[in-house]
Design a protein around this ligand. Structure first.
Ligand SMILES: Nc1ncnc2c1ncn2[C@@H]1O[C@H](COP(=O)(O)OP(=O)(O)OP(=O)(O)O)[C@@H](O)[C@H]1O
Ligand SMILES: [Mg+2]
Length: 311
């Protein structure tokens, strides 16, 4: 593997007695899209804010592009872009004024500032919006302006905190295409999302829960690492089916999904005996094919593990 562009070690943040981020250790490789996942309150935004210099860590270290991110921040700040969960735009200014403001904040001026603004306006289709006040824009429009304003200085590393929340599926897709273009231009992106379809598109993922790292790696490796297969059963009597499945040996878990039950079995275990066992109890159902687990299965599993550790 190439040298990491970001190395985070034992990063910790406490607010009074409460530990929001605990001993987080991970690396981000150059030119990858690194996904940061976890339930509400897991500590994703707190971590990003520490890495972007918005919050001071309680302990731990981080190196980015060869510099200590906390003691030599001046050397790397210009190489980092940050799009916050709230977008942090200035509502009372127009789109153009916002871009000029953030560009100057990142050290651009004169012709360079104008050129970069025009480039981002073209790339992110902002022309029709350029003279509108940000306050009146839709969420999807604000999201594009925020992406433009955080990349005007062409940072090497970009931190995006839930950039697509509240955005419709088409805009979401266009946003991911825009991110791909940035990566092709040599940017490395760390992005948080609650959307597991998006997470599947990341090169690597870190799952954090209650401030701790629970799983870390390529989406495919993480899913395979669960060592299980899943199958969906459809039945009118889905609650009874779930109760029966939970008692049946060889079934690892049985989650309700809509009007069906999603079973997890050890990978490679023949499914016929398990299904016959359930049918033998007088339950009728239709069974889908056995499949590899999804990131959603992994997510639910990790949340349950994390809860079990807390009690
Ligand atoms: N300034 C603060 N003072 C006290 N507690 C805080 C502060 N900022 C965050 N927290 C707490 O730290 C925890 C982690 O918050 P954080 O915003 O990092 O979560 P998150 O993973 O980004 O969640 P979400 O998915 O909802 O955005 C939460 O319990 C939150 O209430
Ligand atoms: Mg957050």
């Amino acid at each position: 593997m190439a040298d990491a562009i970001l190395e985070v070690e034992k990063l910790t943040k406490r607010f009074g007695d409460f530990t929001a981020v605990q001993d987080l250790t991970f690396e981000v490789q150059p030119d990858e899209v690194f996904g940061f996942l976890g339930p509400n309150g897991a500590g994703k935004s707190t971590t990003i804010k520490m890495l972007c210099g918005v919050l001071t860590p309680t302990s731990g270290s981080a190196r980015a592009m060869g510099y200590d991110l906390f003691t030599q921040a001046d050397h790397v700040r210009a190489q980092i872009g940050y799009m916050s969960q709230k977008f942090s735009l200035l509502d009372d200014l127009t789109v153009l004024e916002n871009l000029a403001y953030f560009g100057q904040l990142y050290g651009l001026q004169g012709a360079k500032l104008k050129d970069e603004i025009q480039l981002r306006i073209r790339e992110l289709q902002l022309k029709p919006l350029e003279n509108l006040l940000v306050a009146g824009l839709s969420t999807g429009e604000k999201q594009r302006v925020a992406l433009a304003s955080s990349t005007l200085h062409r940072p090497r590393m970009l931190f995006l905190d839930e950039p697509t929340s509240g955005v419709d599926p088409l805009r979401r897709r266009l946003f991911w295409e825009a991110m791909d273009d940035l990566v092709k231009d040599g940017m490395t992106i760390l992005v948080t999302t609650h959307n597991l379809g998006e997470a599947d598109q990341c090169d690597r993922l870190a799952f954090i829960m209650s401030g701790r790292l629970m799983a870390y790696g390529r989406p495919r490796t993480l899913k395979e690492g669960m060592g299980r297969q899943v199958l969906e059963l459809r039945s009118e009597r889905f609650r009874e089916l779930q109760a029966a499945a939970l008692k049946q040996p060889g079934i690892l878990s049985a989650e309700l999904m809509g009007r069906g039950v999603r079973l997890a079995l050890p990978a490679g275990q023949p499914t016929a005996a398990v299904l016959a066992g359930l049918r033998g109890q007088g339950l009728s159902f239709e069974a889908g094919p056995a499949e590899a687990p999804s990131l959603e299965d992994l997510f639910i599993d990790l949340v349950q593990q994390s809860r079990a550790q807390e009690v």
